[in-house]
Design a protein around this ligand. Structure first.
Ligand code: SF4
Length: 72
């Protein structure tokens, strides 16, 4: 399946994470840094309720590809 156009948003009501599937290089930085939130084998793969906004923001900023960004 061509996932290059898939864009998904995940929010906890405070911050919104945007994931652009086509940009993800599967470096797994996010998974290593915050495994409770970023769980690629489950759905939804980003579990916003499992981390604080500060933790999630810090992890999004570590994404090397730009696949993860914050909406606001
Ligand atoms: S850190 Fe970014 S590029 Fe790496 S797996 Fe996570 S979303 Fe994909």
């Amino acid at each position: 399946m061509d996932k290059s156009n898939i864009v998904k948003e995940y929010t906890n009501g405070e911050i919104t994470v945007v994931w652009q599937a086509g940009k993800c290089i599967h470096s797994a930085n996010c998974v290593r840094h915050l495994a409770n939130v970023f769980q690629p084998k489950t759905s939804p793969w980003i579990k916003m309720e499992n981390g604080s906004s500060a933790e999630i923001r810090a992890t999004v900023e570590m994404c090397p590809s730009g696949a993860l960004t914050l909406k606001s």
